[in-house]
Design a protein around this ligand. Structure first.
Ligand code: PLP
Length: 333
């Protein structure tokens, strides 16, 4: 597990163009990554500046507001992006702790240039977060070279993966902000562990804990990594059939079995020909036997001929009889 996690971190460092140690997957869709970044970097009362040029700028403002931050927005007509100088003017006016900006806003398909914003933020002592959900993989992104402190994404757009896992990376400067609020949760806390009097407001999306989890030599709950979900999606070859077989969520369901592990009878799939249809025609409840009692569990495996099956009795002691009684490979006597 740890090796797979390390490999995954390395892969996402390449995707983001960063050497950030704190590069992880947050479990959840893209907005789980956004929320983890904003709720962890912003304490109630901190101010944040959000340049809005589409629907997802509003989402950043909404999430920051719910984290208790004081939200300042600047807006431009949809279909436009901001010149860096306009963002710098707003930073000088508002003096935010954090600049939060979407790179590619899906609603307008516009891509905000980010390459000058890191230097502006550094000049004014502001943290710089960006949501690259829609743009990463299809547009240039250089987290380190552009001075981005926090970045989060999703897999479902240009990366062409399943949604449900949000890659995220934090610069050492952003990690230092988390360190000030680090609080080990009760129940796993040991003597000497940190307890903050202003902890990150979300437990599940507490990036300090998530980063600890990813950096631990043998990761333990509370966090399950999104790798479990990715594993479930993996396609691996089925040697028996010589073609790929989907595993996990998309695996073909096994045919239901009876108490002794025999496959339950298949329905014929054609209305009118299925055993329950015959029962219905006789005026009975298809789930009940002819006498109104629930029928004995049926077995389906038999080598008996059609006529022999009618009088067959399960010879292995399950009590099933009639057409579906199993002979478990033996011809009924
Ligand atoms: C730019 C951007 N940010 C955030 C999101 C939110 O993603 P999700 O609904 O997967 O949480 C989307 C979704 O399309 C998006 O395009």
């Amino acid at each position: 597990m740890t090796e797979t996690m390390n490999q995954t971190q390395e892969l996402y460092r390449r995707v983001f163009g960063t050497a950030n140690e704190a590069t992880v997957l947050v479990d959840g869709t893209s907005r789980a990554g956004i929320e983890a970044a904003l709720v962890s970097l912003l304490a109630p009362g901190d101010s944040v500046l959000v340049p809005v040029f589409g629907r997802f700028g509003h989402l950043l403002a909404e999430i920051a507001g719910r984290a208790g931050a004081t939200v300042h927005t600047i807006e431009t007509e949809w279909g436009q992006v901001f010149p860096a100088s306009v963002i710098e003017d707003a930073i000088i006016r508002v003096r935010p702790k954090l600049l939060a900006v979407v790179q590619g806003d899906t609603s307008t398909t516009m891509n905000q240039p980010l390459d000058e914003l890191g230097a502006i933020c550094e000049r004014h002592g502001v943290l710089f977060y960006t949501d690259v959900t829609a743009s990463v993989g299809g547009n240039p992104l250089e987290v380190d070279a552009w001075g981005i402190d926090a970045v989060s994404a999703g897999l479902q757009k240009c990366l062409g993966g399943p949604s449900g896992s949000a890659p995220l990376s934090l610069s050492p400067r952003a990690v230092a902000v988390l360190d000030g609020r680090r609080s080990v949760e009760a129940g796993i806390r040991e003597p000497g562990d940190e307890v903050s009097d202003h902890p990150i407001q979300s437990n599940y999306l507490d990036l300090a804990m998530i980063i600890d989890y990813w950096g631990a030599p043998a990761p333990q709950p509370p966090h399950r990594s999104g790798l479990d979900a990715l594993r479930g999606e993996r396609v691996r070859p089925d040697p028996a059939r010589g073609r790929p077989r989907r595993r996990g969520r998309t695996a073909r369901p096994r045919r239901p079995r009876d108490a002794r592990g025999c496959p339950r009878p298949r329905s014929h799939g054609v209305r009118g020909r299925r055993p329950q249809d015959a029962q219905r025609r006789r005026g009975g409840d298809p789930r009940r036997g002819p006498g109104g009692t629930r029928s004995a569990p049926r077995c389906s495996r038999t080598t008996a001929s059609r006529s022999a099956r009618r009088s067959a009795r399960c010879t292995d002691g399950c009590g099933a009889s009639g057409r579906w009684a199993t002979t478990h490979g033996r011809t009924p006597s």
